[in-house]
Design a protein around this ligand. Structure first.
Ligand code: IPE
Ligand code: MG
Length: 228
Protein backbone atom coordinates (compact mmCIF):
# COMPACT_ATOMS: atom_id res chain seq x y z
CA UNK A 1 0.00 0.00 0.00
CA UNK A 2 2.41 2.68 -1.14
CA UNK A 3 1.71 6.27 -2.15
CA UNK A 4 -0.59 7.65 0.55
CA UNK A 5 1.66 10.59 1.40
CA UNK A 6 2.42 11.61 -2.20
CA UNK A 7 -1.24 11.31 -3.15
CA UNK A 8 -2.24 13.71 -0.35
CA UNK A 9 0.62 16.18 -0.97
CA UNK A 10 -0.37 16.41 -4.62
CA UNK A 11 -3.79 17.54 -3.49
CA UNK A 12 -2.24 20.11 -1.12
CA UNK A 13 -3.32 18.03 1.87
CA UNK A 14 -1.31 16.65 4.83
CA UNK A 15 0.08 13.11 4.55
CA UNK A 16 -2.37 12.03 7.26
CA UNK A 17 -5.23 12.64 4.81
CA UNK A 18 -3.67 10.11 2.43
CA UNK A 19 -3.46 7.51 5.19
CA UNK A 20 -7.11 8.09 6.12
CA UNK A 21 -8.32 7.66 2.54
CA UNK A 22 -5.96 4.68 2.26
CA UNK A 23 -7.91 2.97 5.04
CA UNK A 24 -11.08 3.20 2.90
CA UNK A 25 -9.27 1.33 0.12
CA UNK A 26 -8.28 -1.35 2.63
CA UNK A 27 -11.94 -1.78 3.62
CA UNK A 28 -12.91 -1.96 -0.04
CA UNK A 29 -10.23 -4.55 -0.86
CA UNK A 30 -11.33 -6.75 2.05
CA UNK A 31 -14.92 -6.56 0.78
CA UNK A 32 -13.87 -7.55 -2.75
CA UNK A 33 -11.61 -10.34 -1.54
CA UNK A 34 -14.16 -11.91 0.76
CA UNK A 35 -16.91 -11.66 -1.88
CA UNK A 36 -14.93 -13.06 -4.79
CA UNK A 37 -13.44 -16.08 -3.07
CA UNK A 38 -9.87 -14.93 -2.52
CA UNK A 39 -8.54 -17.28 0.16
CA UNK A 40 -5.98 -15.03 1.83
CA UNK A 41 -5.17 -11.33 1.73
CA UNK A 42 -2.16 -9.71 3.37
CA UNK A 43 -1.66 -5.97 3.88
CA UNK A 44 1.77 -4.48 4.50
CA UNK A 45 0.60 -1.95 7.08
CA UNK A 46 3.81 -1.12 8.95
CA UNK A 47 7.30 -2.34 8.17
CA UNK A 48 10.28 -2.84 10.46
CA UNK A 49 11.75 0.19 8.64
CA UNK A 50 8.69 2.41 9.16
CA UNK A 51 9.90 3.17 12.73
CA UNK A 52 12.28 5.62 11.04
CA UNK A 53 9.34 7.92 10.23
CA UNK A 54 8.53 10.99 12.37
CA UNK A 55 6.86 10.01 15.65
CA UNK A 56 3.55 11.83 14.91
CA UNK A 57 3.13 9.86 11.66
CA UNK A 58 3.91 6.57 13.42
CA UNK A 59 1.34 7.41 16.09
CA UNK A 60 -1.26 8.29 13.47
CA UNK A 61 -0.75 4.99 11.64
CA UNK A 62 -1.13 3.00 14.87
CA UNK A 63 -4.12 5.06 15.94
CA UNK A 64 -5.84 4.46 12.58
CA UNK A 65 -5.21 0.76 12.90
CA UNK A 66 -6.54 0.52 16.46
CA UNK A 67 -9.58 2.54 15.47
CA UNK A 68 -10.28 0.23 12.51
CA UNK A 69 -9.92 -2.88 14.65
CA UNK A 70 -12.45 -1.45 17.11
CA UNK A 71 -14.85 -0.37 14.39
CA UNK A 72 -14.63 -3.44 12.17
CA UNK A 73 -14.16 -6.48 14.44
CA UNK A 74 -17.80 -7.50 14.65
CA UNK A 75 -18.43 -6.93 10.96
CA UNK A 76 -15.37 -9.03 10.05
CA UNK A 77 -16.53 -11.81 12.34
CA UNK A 78 -19.98 -11.72 10.74
CA UNK A 79 -18.33 -11.96 7.32
CA UNK A 80 -16.44 -15.04 8.55
CA UNK A 81 -13.06 -13.29 8.10
CA UNK A 82 -10.21 -14.69 10.20
CA UNK A 83 -7.84 -11.91 11.19
CA UNK A 84 -4.20 -12.43 12.09
CA UNK A 85 -1.36 -9.99 12.64
CA UNK A 86 2.02 -11.05 11.32
CA UNK A 87 5.40 -9.60 12.22
CA UNK A 88 7.09 -8.96 15.50
CA UNK A 89 5.22 -7.81 18.62
CA UNK A 90 8.14 -6.82 20.88
CA UNK A 91 8.03 -3.15 19.97
CA UNK A 92 4.24 -2.67 19.85
CA UNK A 93 2.46 -0.75 22.61
CA UNK A 94 0.31 -2.61 25.18
CA UNK A 95 -2.82 -0.96 23.69
CA UNK A 96 -1.90 -2.16 20.21
CA UNK A 97 -1.29 -5.69 21.50
CA UNK A 98 -4.65 -5.57 23.29
CA UNK A 99 -6.41 -4.62 20.03
CA UNK A 100 -4.57 -7.36 18.12
CA UNK A 101 -5.48 -10.01 20.72
CA UNK A 102 -9.07 -8.83 20.73
CA UNK A 103 -9.65 -9.18 16.99
CA UNK A 104 -7.60 -12.36 16.64
CA UNK A 105 -9.56 -14.06 19.43
CA UNK A 106 -12.91 -12.78 18.20
CA UNK A 107 -12.38 -14.21 14.70
CA UNK A 108 -10.54 -17.37 15.75
CA UNK A 109 -13.29 -19.73 14.56
CA UNK A 110 -13.89 -17.96 11.22
CA UNK A 111 -12.96 -20.00 8.16
CA UNK A 112 -13.67 -17.57 5.32
CA UNK A 113 -11.15 -15.04 4.05
CA UNK A 114 -7.83 -15.22 5.88
CA UNK A 115 -6.83 -11.61 6.50
CA UNK A 116 -3.24 -10.96 7.53
CA UNK A 117 -2.07 -7.55 8.69
CA UNK A 118 1.69 -7.17 8.57
CA UNK A 119 2.63 -4.93 11.47
CA UNK A 120 6.23 -4.30 12.46
CA UNK A 121 6.88 -6.85 9.74
CA UNK A 122 10.08 -7.28 7.76
CA UNK A 123 10.89 -10.27 5.56
CA UNK A 124 14.47 -10.39 6.84
CA UNK A 125 13.30 -10.13 10.44
CA UNK A 126 10.84 -12.97 9.80
CA UNK A 127 13.67 -15.17 8.47
CA UNK A 128 15.73 -14.40 11.60
CA UNK A 129 12.76 -15.35 13.81
CA UNK A 130 12.31 -18.60 11.85
CA UNK A 131 16.01 -19.46 12.20
CA UNK A 132 15.86 -18.83 15.96
CA UNK A 133 12.89 -21.16 16.36
CA UNK A 134 14.58 -23.89 14.33
CA UNK A 135 17.82 -23.44 16.30
CA UNK A 136 15.84 -23.70 19.51
CA UNK A 137 14.17 -26.95 18.42
CA UNK A 138 17.58 -28.35 17.49
CA UNK A 139 19.09 -27.33 20.81
CA UNK A 140 16.36 -29.08 22.81
CA UNK A 141 16.62 -32.18 20.62
CA UNK A 142 13.21 -31.84 18.92
CA UNK A 143 14.76 -31.53 15.47
CA UNK A 144 17.95 -32.82 13.82
CA UNK A 145 20.08 -30.59 11.59
CA UNK A 146 19.58 -33.02 8.69
CA UNK A 147 15.82 -32.75 9.09
CA UNK A 148 15.80 -29.00 8.45
CA UNK A 149 14.02 -28.43 5.16
CA UNK A 150 11.97 -25.86 3.29
CA UNK A 151 8.95 -27.38 5.02
CA UNK A 152 10.44 -26.60 8.43
CA UNK A 153 10.99 -22.97 7.43
CA UNK A 154 7.40 -22.81 6.17
CA UNK A 155 6.18 -24.32 9.41
CA UNK A 156 7.82 -21.67 11.58
CA UNK A 157 7.01 -18.79 9.23
CA UNK A 158 4.40 -16.07 9.67
CA UNK A 159 2.31 -17.55 6.82
CA UNK A 160 2.32 -21.18 7.98
CA UNK A 161 -1.49 -21.02 8.15
CA UNK A 162 -2.14 -19.91 4.58
CA UNK A 163 0.94 -20.51 2.42
CA UNK A 164 2.69 -18.14 0.02
CA UNK A 165 0.87 -15.39 -1.90
CA UNK A 166 -0.03 -16.06 -5.55
CA UNK A 167 0.03 -12.36 -6.36
CA UNK A 168 1.76 -9.38 -4.79
CA UNK A 169 0.53 -5.94 -5.82
CA UNK A 170 2.58 -2.87 -4.98
CA UNK A 171 1.05 0.53 -5.67
CA UNK A 172 2.91 3.86 -5.67
CA UNK A 173 5.30 3.47 -8.61
CA UNK A 174 8.32 1.76 -6.99
CA UNK A 175 9.46 -1.58 -8.36
CA UNK A 176 10.76 -3.34 -5.30
CA UNK A 177 9.54 -5.58 -2.50
CA UNK A 178 10.91 -3.44 0.34
CA UNK A 179 11.35 -6.38 2.70
CA UNK A 180 7.85 -7.83 2.13
CA UNK A 181 7.39 -11.61 2.42
CA UNK A 182 10.91 -12.41 1.16
CA UNK A 183 10.75 -16.14 1.91
CA UNK A 184 7.22 -16.49 0.56
CA UNK A 185 7.49 -14.50 -2.66
CA UNK A 186 9.75 -16.97 -4.51
CA UNK A 187 7.02 -17.80 -7.05
CA UNK A 188 4.55 -14.98 -6.51
CA UNK A 189 3.40 -12.99 -9.50
CA UNK A 190 4.50 -9.40 -8.98
CA UNK A 191 2.48 -6.42 -10.08
CA UNK A 192 3.93 -2.93 -9.72
CA UNK A 193 1.46 -0.14 -10.36
CA UNK A 194 1.90 3.61 -10.75
CA UNK A 195 -1.50 4.09 -9.09
CA UNK A 196 -1.15 5.59 -5.60
CA UNK A 197 -2.77 3.45 -2.89
CA UNK A 198 -5.68 5.87 -2.19
CA UNK A 199 -6.66 5.51 -5.87
CA UNK A 200 -6.56 1.71 -5.79
CA UNK A 201 -10.32 1.13 -6.03
CA UNK A 202 -12.17 -2.18 -6.17
CA UNK A 203 -12.26 -1.91 -10.00
CA UNK A 204 -8.46 -1.82 -10.01
CA UNK A 205 -8.26 -4.82 -7.71
CA UNK A 206 -10.67 -6.75 -9.96
CA UNK A 207 -8.54 -5.82 -12.96
CA UNK A 208 -5.42 -7.19 -11.23
CA UNK A 209 -7.14 -10.41 -10.20
CA UNK A 210 -8.38 -10.85 -13.75
CA UNK A 211 -4.91 -10.36 -15.22
CA UNK A 212 -3.56 -12.85 -12.69
CA UNK A 213 -6.03 -15.55 -13.74
CA UNK A 214 -4.63 -15.38 -17.28
CA UNK A 215 -1.06 -16.07 -16.18
CA UNK A 216 0.45 -19.47 -16.84
CA UNK A 217 2.50 -20.54 -13.84
CA UNK A 218 5.08 -23.22 -14.42
CA UNK A 219 7.17 -23.11 -11.21
CA UNK A 220 10.32 -23.87 -13.21
CA UNK A 221 8.63 -26.71 -15.11
CA UNK A 222 7.18 -26.60 -18.65
CA UNK A 223 3.89 -25.22 -19.88
CA UNK A 224 2.22 -28.50 -20.83
CA UNK A 225 -0.11 -26.76 -23.30
CA UNK A 226 3.03 -25.76 -25.27
CA UNK A 227 4.54 -29.24 -25.40
CA UNK A 228 3.54 -31.07 -28.31
C1 IPE B 1 1.61 4.17 2.69
O1 IPE B 1 2.16 5.13 1.89
C2 IPE B 1 2.59 3.50 3.59
C3 IPE B 1 2.13 2.72 4.71
C4 IPE B 1 1.23 1.78 4.65
C5 IPE B 1 2.80 2.93 6.00
P1 IPE B 1 3.42 6.07 2.20
O2 IPE B 1 3.25 6.71 3.54
O3 IPE B 1 4.68 5.31 2.02
O4 IPE B 1 3.26 7.17 1.09
P2 IPE B 1 4.40 7.85 0.20
O5 IPE B 1 5.24 6.75 -0.38
O6 IPE B 1 5.18 8.73 1.10
O7 IPE B 1 3.64 8.58 -0.84
MG1 MG C 1 6.12 5.10 0.54
Amino acid sequence: MDGNGRWASKKGMPRSYGHKVGVERVEESIRVASNCGIRALTFYAFSTENWKRPQPEIELLFQLLRHQVKKKSLELKEKNVRVRFIGSRDRLSPQMIKSINHIENLTISCNGLCLNIAMDYGGRDEIVRIVKRIANDISVGKLKVDEVSETSLDFFSDLSHCGPPDLIIRTGGEKRLSNFLLWHSAYSELSFLDTMWPDFTSEKLFEQVNLFTKKIRKYGSLDLTDVG
